[in-house]
Design a protein around this ligand. Structure first.
Ligand SMILES: C[S@@+](CC[C@H](N)C(=O)[O-])C[C@H]1O[C@@H](n2cnc3c(N)ncnc32)[C@H](O)[C@@H]1O
Length: 223
């Protein structure tokens, strides 16, 4: 029985995720680099779908002027995050993004690989809640699974990820498990659809931060 919606249980998530998502650590590096350019100190930061708290831990390697609120619907994932981030004064909240009610409380909101499980309506609600949670001038960063713009290109991109999984995980059954989740447990949308959705929930800007394989990062500034 799984203890969260990702492919891995909380206790083995950190060990396996780097072999499953190409450049996983790079997502966090890109977010930190973006925040460096914002040049703001004393930041209120919401990470929704925080999982095991790896992003926050990585941020603390660089700076200690951040007040984190970490949300996740999985108590077990939050449990690992709490252990990893003891003594950091973090607020932990057991809640999915589509139920958040924060209003203009944060300078940055991040959601890394945590909304692709949602139905279109839930995803819109989740992003709308992220928008509301930001102060004016605040930044949302979302990393998500993507699909290509045509079936032909999607097939090639999927094969490319399958090759990565075979190289890093080996076991063909495990590789198949990951491939079979796509479109069933995880629902990727195109880069264009991501950008459109960010505009629809209220962001004026919505840009690509980084992309490779079947993942992309987006950033948007609240007017
Ligand atoms: C692939 S993990 C990503 C965790 C973390 N953000 C990271 O980068 O390692 C997906 C996480 O999203 C969480 N999740 C699932 N449904 C969610 C929702 N509706 N809102 C927010 N998080 C959700 C899961 O519990 C899990 O911790």
């Amino acid at each position: 029985m799984k203890d969260n919606k990702s492919a891995y249980n909380s206790g083995v998530y950190d060990k396996n995720i780097v072999s499953t998502l190409p450049y996983y650590r790079e997502y966090h590096n890109q977010i930190i680099d973006l925040m460096r350019a914002v040049n703001k100190t004393s930041i209120d930061w919401l990470d929704t779908g925080c999982g095991t708290g790896t992003l926050a831990a990585r941020v603390f390697e660089e700076r200690d002027d951040v007040r984190f609120t970490l949300c996740d619907p999985s108590e077990q994932m939050l449990g690992v995050a709490k252990e990893k981030l003891q003594g950091r004064g973090i607020r932990f909240v057991n809640m999915p993004s589509q139920e958040l009610t924060y209003d203009a409380e944060f300078d940055i909101v991040t959601a890394v690989q945590s909304h692709h499980y949602l139905t279109p309506d839930e995803r819109r609600k989740a992003l709308g809640n992220c928008f509301r949670a930001l102060r004016s001038g605040g930044i949302l960063v979302v990393f998500e699974n993507i699909k290509m713009t045509t079936d032909e290109s999607d097939k090639i991109a999927l094969k490319r990820w399958e090759n990565f999984l075979s190289d890093h995980l080996g076991d063909p059954e495990v590789v198949k498990m990951h491939i079979d989740r796509r479109g069933v447990e995880v629902h990727p949308i195109t880069i264009e659809e991501h950008v459109k959705l960010l505009h629809e929930v209220g962001f004026r800007s919505a840009d690509i931060l980084w992309t490779s394989y079947l993942q992309a990062g987006f950033w948007a500034v609240k007017p």
